[in-house]
Ligand binder design. Structure first.
Ligand code: FMN
Length: 374
């Protein structure tokens, strides 16, 4: 009896809060799950490609993701950015150059394409800066790497001709190639001088912090932390994400209104980062998860970097659903292939406010040492 009353009350509540459409949808779900229990139904739908397509066609959940992936592929196909191509090709070249048993002739079929996109990137930098400006650090990396390539690869007629094109290209760019940014021995890398113990303390110092002082977050501090975050690994070194930074209180509250997890502390956030993934970086659907992985790896480094300069942070979930995704795309003027990965509150921690302890799972539950069976 009680449960019928509860059901009717719930029906009224849904109708009053969300309208007739939602009422019918929830009633349909209720009847459906009563005939076939949810866990059994979901397992059934998961058993075949067609059934799972039907499930998500009815219940949604992936439309926005599919849209951004397709828009990204379209962008990549019609106008792949020269920089993205330059990075992908140089990434391949670096791997060839640092291989243990380097071949005598390699990259012969790709070097001209790399020179072509390198020229485009250089021209664009000169155009946007109105003069012979200093090239950015990544373009210098490409020039150094290509220069090393020509110094070690065996010469074929085609490689000779590419080499002479390269020399012509860099003659007037105001940068002399060096070995600074070329493959080098691991032991020559900068060495971390801190101890593991100190690093371990940093992992404990970082804790989700939701209460900040009124002190504004300086651009220099943020840039320093973001620059450290950019050293994180990313698929093919493509760094398919962007940190969008908001300092205006009203903007921050408006953005947080679209997320669900910051209602209690959105008015206290001095600086909000929106991490946006860019699907255009990858040309194949099989790389669809890379934007999330690239952005998440960078955000972890970012959070540690913030702690070392006296700032604190808290990730804020982005609950992806079609309505919210469309709203935030409009609010932030995102491109068609851009997707919000997460939000992050950043500020000077208020030492006199509490932070949660959030003990972690025991190590034994989180890792297994495995061996494949014969
Ligand atoms: C993807 C992600 C989403 C999160 N979303 C929220 C959120 O919406 N609101 C919030 O207060 N904290 C959020 N957090 C912070 C977690 O609650 C927090 O990381 C977790 O409780 C562990 O605590 P710790 O970060 O202090 O170790 C999120 C963290 C992650 C990684």
């Amino acid at each position: 009896m009680n449960s019928i009353k509860d059901l009717i009350t719930r029906g009224f509540k849904v109708y009053n809060q969300h309208g007739l459409k939602r009422f019918f949808f929830e009633s349909f779900l209720f009847i459906w799950w009563s005939i076939l229990p949810e866990s059994k139904a979901k397992r059934l739908f998961s058993r075949s490609k067609i059934l799972s397509e039907i499930y998500f066609f009815i219940f949604g959940g992936f439309y926005f993701e599919k849209k951004t992936i397709l828009q990204g592929k379209a962008k990549n196909a019609e106008n792949p950015s020269s920089r993205t191509r330059m990075i992908r090709l140089t990434h391949g070249l670096e791997k060839g150059l640092s291989a243990r048993n380097r071949r005598e002739i390699f990259f012969e079929d790709k070097i001209d394409e790399l020179l072509y996109v390198l020229e485009e990137v250089i021209l664009r930098q000169h155009k946007s800066n109105d003069s012979r400006c200093e090239l950015d650090r990544q373009t210098k990396w490409v020039i150094d790497t290509v220069n090393m390539y020509f110094s070690v690869v065996s010469k074929t007629q085609q490689i000779e001709s590419s080499h002479s094109n390269f020399n012509k290209l860099i003659r007037n760019v105001g940068y002399k190639p060096s070995s600074d940014k070329t493959p080098h021995l691991r032991k020559e890398r900068p060495q971390y001088l801190g101890s593991f113990d100190n690093f371990r303390i940093l992992t404990e110092q970082r804790t989700s912090t939701r209460w900040f002082t009124d002190e504004p977050v300086s651009k220099d501090d943020l840039d320093q932390a973001i620059d450290a975050a950019l050293q994180s690994p990313s698929a093919c070194n493509k760094q398919s994400y962007e940190f969008k930074i908001y300092n205006n209180k009203e903007d921050i509250v408006n953005i947080c209104n679209l997320a669900l997890g910051a209602h209690g502390f959105k008015h206290n956030i001095p600086c909000l980062i929106v991490l946006v993934g860019k699907q255009r970086a990858y040309s194949r659907v099989r790389d669809k998860h890379n934007v999330y992985i690239d952005a998440s790896l960078a955000s972890m480094t970012f959070q540690y970097a913030l702690e070392t300069i006296g700032l604190a942070s808290c990730c804020i979930n982005w609950h992806s659903n079609i309505k919210r995704d469309l709203k935030i795309s409009k609010l932030l003027s995102l491109d068609g292939d851009e997707t919000v990965i997460m939000l992050m509150a950043v500020g000077h921690p208020d030492p006199d406010d509490n932070v949660a302890y959030s003990e972690k799972r025991p190590l034994e539950q989180m890792r297994t040492y495995e061996e494949l069976e014969d």
